[in-house]
Each structure stands twice: as C-alpha cells, then as structure tokens.
Design a protein around this ligand. Structure first.
Ligand code: ZN
Length: 423
C-alpha cells in the first residue's frame, strides 16, 4: 500500500513539473536576455557565482541599453537566489530568470523560477537566450521510468532496457535449437521431442537472464515482448519469466527482426506503448469510480464543493482531477477590516470577477475595499488538501473515454471515498 501511494504522488509531482516547464518553455524574451542556469549536485555554489560575475562583465558589452540592463538585472537576481544555498540541493538546482513581456513591448517584468529537479542533473550550463532552456528538465520527466525489451524467436533472443532516450542492449543469445525440418533418417516423433527439449532449455536460459537483468531495476515500468512469429507467445505462456515480470508485460508486438534492428523497431513504437500504459492506469482508476457509482455504494463523490468537503473530512481515498480542469481558487480580502472569503473562479473569468469586486461593500464592515489577494490553481489547492488527508491524487487526461467522462459528466473533480459521508 505504501509503495502505491508513493507512486501516485508522482503523478501529481510530474504533472506540476510538466505544467511549470510548459509555461516556462512558452515564455519569450524581448531579445536575447533570458537566463537559464543548471547547477548540478557536487558543484560549488562559489564556482557558479564566479562564473556569473564574469558573465555580468561580458554583458557590459551589449550595445542595446535595454537588453544590457535586463541581462545584468537578471544575472544579479540569479546571484541573489544562489546565495541562499550553501551547496546545491541533492539533485542540483535550476534557475530561470529574465524580463518577460507581460502585455506587449515595454511591459517586461522580471520573473525568477527556482526548480529543484526530480532527479540529479548532469549538466552545468549557463545560457542567455531569447527563451528558457527547459529541455534537460523535460528529459527528466521522460527518464523516470525504465522499460524492459525482450525479443525472441526460435533462433535468437535479445534483452534490452530503455530509460528515457537511453537504450542499452544488455544481452544477446542464440538458441542452438535445430530447425523445424529434420534431416532424413530421424524419426519424426523423436525429432519433435528433441526440439521441444532444446526449446525448453533455451526459454529457461532466456528467462533466467531476463530475471537477472530486469528484477533489480526498481524503476521498471513495464516489459515489451517482441519478435517475429509465434515464439514470443510460447515463451510468454510458459513459466520462464518470474511472475512479477510476467505481470509487467504491457505489450506484445510483432517485429521483423530479433537483433538490434528489432530493438530499434520496438523503440520507435515505445512512446505510443508508454502512453498506452498510462491510459490503462487511468482507465482502471476511472472504472473503479464508475463501479462504485453503478453499485450505489455511496463511496464516491464529485463536484468541487462536495469533494472539498470530503477531503476536509479525511474521507477521500483517491482524488481524481481532470487535467483539463481550469479553475482558480481565489482569496478575497477586505483591506479595511481583514475579512476574507474564498471563491472558485474559471481562469478566463478572473478579470471579470475582479472587476465585479470594485465598489462592492464588504459583508462585515461595508467598506468597498474587497480585492483578490491570492489565487491558486484548483489542482494545487485540492492536492494540498489531499496531501494533508493522505489521499492519493490522480491527474486524469482526456485521452480516454473515461477521462472525457470525468471532465464532462462529473465536472472534472471526483473522489473515491474511504467511508460514506453523511447526508
Ligand atoms: Zn471589511
């Protein structure tokens, strides 16, 4: 159970990081003035600071006054942030900083983002460009999981691992199994029996190597079984693979080859296979939810207010949020008396909502002093509640029928409960 919940938290963490990176990747500077800095673990902060001091000096040669000022301001901001660390955190540190136009020319505002990556970063990199360089972090999103590839036919087998873009062919084996046609003079039955024994020995050998290679990989997400012809199915049917690995077979595909060429065929199709894995997970989670509805067990709820109430009561086992949910949780405060209230507002309606507040009397002191003081993505808001309640959080895409249903029929926010809620 424990393990499951760590895995599930990851879906949220990854979602958050992916969202931040997508936002960063879409930002554009007015000119070459956005700074990206990757500091790997083990690097001295003082080295990075010295390097920035040099870059600051170099920037004084920039001809355009505005660009020079923006670059130098950004470097100073990065230095300030770096100085807050004695040493880089466990996985290193990535800082993005620069003047981002908010609303056309002249509207630039300095934005700074400090990210502690999910995995150790390997590059030490400084870039000053018209965009932020997020690609090394994007890469980490894909690199978290490892896939095992096992190709097999009657004559050869290949075992490989794929982590992110890193493909490693770990082992190649030949079967030594005689061909299907026997030489003259042998009895057909004897020949068959001999061949079966050889095949069995070969499958056992391949299974043994696959167990040795795949079992110790704790990030192993799934195994793809491949090869030309039916041998792969015979191999799968027998007990040659450890049962834990057998349960991890996510797809069985036909390839034209068994060797390196065959591995490449699998890798080409890997993104599609991996996406399928997450869709299957999402479908299973949604099926659970729909089962509870269908059987009227009372162990589900949906709609933002209801789910929030269930979260606050500690009743939520699994929080389901559609990634397409686009609401903000907004805090409104009266600057005269400190009165506070919270609202959920559609992102596109925020300006309208803020305009509606002007001149409106405070419910407590009647002063027309209400204003939005804080806003947060509803996903983050609910996820925080879920973390406090020790609930799992699943961010569900709209790529499956069930995911569409979550968004359209249940407003994108639902929960599977630990216990029934009263009334
Ligand atoms: Zn007030």
């Amino acid at each position: 159970m424990k393990k499951l919940s760590t895995k599930k938290k990851t879906s949220l963490e990854l979602f958050r990081l992916r969202k931040t990176l997508n936002a960063l990747a879409s930002k554009e500077g007015r000119a070459t003035e956005l700074i990206t800095l990757y500091v790997p673990p083990g690097k001295q902060i003082s080295d990075a600071l010295n390097m920035l001091r040099d870059e600051y000096g170099t920037a004084s040669n920039i001809k355009s006054n505005t660009t020079r000022k923006n670059v130098q301001d950004a470097i100073v901001k990065v230095q300030q942030r770096l100085k807050l660390f004695k040493a880089p955190p466990e996985n290193g540190l990535v800082i993005f900083c620069g003047a981002i136009p908010q609303n056309g020319a002249g509207s630039e505002r300095m934005e700074t983002y400090v990210i502690e990556p999910p995995e150790p970063i390997k590059v030490y990199l400084y870039r000053c460009d018209s965009r932020f360089h997020t690609e090394h972090l994007q890469e980490q999103l894909r690199e978290k999981e490892t896939y095992g590839i096992l190709l097999i036919d009657a004559s050869e087998a290949t075992i490989a691992t794929l982590q992110g873009k890193r493909l490693e062919i770990v082992r190649e084996m030949t079967s030594g199994v005689a061909g299907k046609t026997r030489a003259g003079g042998q009895s057909a039955r004897r020949y068959e029996r001999l061949r079966d024994m050889q095949l069995n020995e070969y499958f056992t050998r391949v299974g043994g190597h696959a167990n040795d290679i795949f079992l110790p990989i704790d990030t192993l997400k799934g195994i793809i079984l491949a090869g030309p012809g039916p041998t792969k199915y015979d191999f799968e049917k027998g007990d040659y693979l450890n049962y834990m690995l057998k349960n991890k077979i996510i797809d069985t595909i036909d390839t034209a080859y068994v060797e390196e060429q065959g591995v490449k065929e699998v890798v080409e199709r890997a993104p599609e296979i991996m996406r399928k894995v997450r869709y299957i997970e999402e479908k299973n989670i949604m099926q659970q939810f729909l089962y509870e509805i269908g059987h009227d067990t009372g162990l589900i709820t949906y709609g933002e207010a209801e789910v929030r109430r269930a979260l606050e009561a500690g009743a939520v086992r699994t929080l389901l949020i559609s990634e397409k949910v686009d609401f903000l949780r907004v805090t409104v405060q009266c600057s005269a008396c400190g009165y506070e209230e919270k609202h959920t507002v559609k992102s596109q309606k925020l300006t309208e909502f803020e305009q509606g507040l002007s001149g409106k009397p405070c419910p407590k002191c009647q002063a027309p002093s209400l204003a939005v003081v804080d806003k947060q993505d509803i996903i983050d808001d609910l996820a925080q509640l879920a973390e406090q309640a020790n609930s799992d959080v699943e961010i569900i895409s709209t790529e499956t029928e069930e995911g569409q249903m979550l968004k359209n029929a249940f407003g994108g926010i639902a929960a599977i409960l630990r216990f029934k809620m009263q009334g």
